[in-house]
Design a protein around this ligand. Structure first.
Ligand code: SAH
Length: 218
């Protein structure tokens, strides 16, 4: 495995995402170039780290495809100093890209449903020095983290059956949420903002995420 040139493969992938118009800003480009995706994968998958595809990791969960991570980061309009909530930590890769896009300044709170996956993410994030910025929690992220709200940004990386009311409540008045929502047999990625207490929902594209573990109790 040692003779794989991950750095060149990463540069090629980022260049093609830029050419396709998925990466639009220098901020997201830099972030995608800084985070080694191979470090968030078990050994047997490292070879595929720079294929633009989701990969199945443990507990039948996936690491999102690089283009999806880049697209969601662009939609979130990240900047230093923000408070970001991520629902669905998975491997920790997306948190790390967000941390870089925020220049490692600000706070990222990320919740994972499976304790084993949360532990895996913590190990990956610790090895790369992200734990000052990224705080990993175990639990049902559809309820958010009221103790740390409001959040300037909310990133949901598992598809929800509807806009989770608690996540919307915990979004700051001028905040931005990016979330995939079930729609019939497919899912649509939305950018959600606040119009007073009402959600303004902008559909972006069709997507395919793992389903969110969702409890609808208010
Ligand atoms: N962002 C991840 C990809 C996540 S895949 C990465 O970069 O690797 C979606 C993740 O959401 C899975 O790990 C899944 O276990 C988790 N998940 C599903 N429902 C959840 C819930 N209600 N709360 C927290 N995490 C949830």
């Amino acid at each position: 495995m040692t003779d794989i040139d991950f750095a060149s493969a990463r540069r090629r992938l980022v260049a093609s995402l830029r050419a396709e118009g998925i990466i639009k800003s220098e901020r997201v480009e830099k972030a995608m170039l800084s985070v080694p995706r191979e470090e968030f994968l078990p050994n047997y998958l490292r070879l595929y780290a720079y294929e633009d595809t989701p990969l199945q990791v443990m507990y039948e969960q996936t690491i999102s495809a690089p283009h999806m991570v880049a697209m969601m980061c662009e939609l979130l309009d990240l900047r230093p100093g923000l408070r970001l909530l991520e629902v669905g930590t998975g491997t920790g890769y997306h948190s790390a890209v967000c941390a870089e896009a925020m220049e490692r300044r600000g706070s990222i709170y990320t919740i994972e449903y499976y304790p084993g996956l949360a532990l895996y993410a913590v190990q990956n994030l610790a090895r790369l020095g992200y734990l000052d910025v990224v705080h990993v929690f175990i639990g049902d992220g559809s309820k958010g983290l009221p103790k740390y709200a409001p959040f300037d940004r909310v990133l949901v990386t598992a598809a929800a059956p509807e806009l989770p009311p608690r996540l919307f409540e915990q979004l700051a008045p001028d905040g931005i949420m990016v979330i995939p929502i079930d729609e019939g047999f497919t899912q649509v990625l939305y950018v959600v903002t606040k119009d007073g207490n009402k959600p303004r929902m902008k559909p972006i594209t069709y997507v395919a995420f793992v389903r969110m573990r969702y409890s609808n109790e208010k």
